[in-house]
Design a protein around this ligand. Sequence first.
Ligand code: NDP
Ligand code: 2IT
Length: 448
Amino acid sequence: MSHPNETLRDIYDEVLRRNAGEAEFHQAALEVLESLETVVTKHPEYTDSQVIRRLVEPERQIIFRVPWVDDRGVVQVNRGFRVQYSSALGPFKGGIRFHPSVNLGIVKFLGFEQIFKNSLTGLPIGGGKGGSDFDPKGRSTGEVMRFCQSFMTELHRHLGEYTDVPAGDIGVGGREIGYLFGQYKRITNRYESGVFTGKGLSWGGSRVRTEATGYGTVYFVDEMLKVRGESFDGKRVLVSGSGNVAIYAIEKVHQLGGIVIGCSDSGGYVHDEAGIDVELLKEVKDVRRGRISEYADLRPSASFVAQGSLWDLPCDIALPCATQNELDGDHAATLIRGGVSIVAEGANMPCTRVALQAFAEAGVRCAPGKAANAGGVATSALEMQQNAARDSWSFEHTEERLEEIMRGIHDRCLSTADEYGLPGNYAAGANIAGFIKVADAMLALGVI
Ligand code: NDP
Ligand code: 2IT
């Protein structure tokens, strides 16, 4: 048997060879494999049984054509994906993303991260992810509906409450989940509530699911602050993005006494020293489906900046909540100069490797996405519990469960990091704790 680190190096080389050109997947795989060095030294059974080699290879990858007709009567063709990564802990579970940048490598990085995230929640869910290169921007509601129906006409045969349970992600919110679930119901002739999460409250959805990812991220940061005897009181916070995760992160920061002075979208950012007005932001983004620049038009204390970066503003806490690799080494250097002390990833893999390195060297505490944004999928699992029991919980009860889960994930990250000799390293703690639970299940289930 070769040295454990050589085995990990071999596995990574194989990942590069087998998945050529999938840069985001390589990045996500390397980050996890690096954290496992101490684990495989202590536990050779994981390398002996090839658990890691099996885990980097998805159980199943589905790629399909999505043809649909636009409002002008022109036929459009998109590509659909579902990567069913690991069902060791439960049915495949993870969101669906509609964005022009979606490709197999992006869906694989997201699906791979999802395995460990879902494991960390302590709930019985496996990992997967899906999506399409469909761009919803500028599309009518009718076009979005027809696209969703075509997407589901193919995907439905691969789903099921005990098989694979999707939810939303970038470009997929309550409206899209409705069209996807509606088509699934029509084709299968089954009202199978548990096959989707993020549903509307009148048709099987859970209270708090909409708020869960953003709220959960902020609960996680609240625990990070408590460890140092601090609180959100008076803290200046930046939140990138202005979608589902960003909006509810901003709302919860304000509830806990912090002030969010800036947020963004792909067109630029707004700076609002009076604190972002969340109700106005919801009106602009959710109701009007508008741009962040419109927020500044309607708010006297705010200015819109099209050039430059949100991360140029000095802050205490930075919450990247938009997309992968949105915060690079230069942004990290600027944030460090501006006095940032905590970074928590509301998005999946928003910080580049160089940025994470810079934060580590500067002593900035960083919470990885697979821990900090796990509140969304955790609440999805609570939605599945309610669906299975034909039950519907109150907002207060559901939020209490979410808070308890996030505080539990935080503590598990720190105690695992301690146990493996890496105190304070949230990323390593999350990777190791997430991995061990999945790996032990894989050992118990045999070579499958
Ligand atoms: P939304 O579609 O609701 O919002 C996405 C936001 O990010 C928008 O403001 C969008 O701006 C911005 N954005 C997206 N892509 C880019 C880009 N390439 N460059 C700059 N800005 C961009 O998505 P969510 O809020 O649901 O998701 C945000 C992140 O959180 C993603 O990384 C997602 O994977 C992650 N996440 C989501 C969960 C959920 O439950 N929804 C759970 C856990 C993680 P614009 O409108 O201009 O494109
Ligand atoms: O990245 C994620 O965790 C999500 N988009 C949510 C997944 C889910 O199944 O709720």
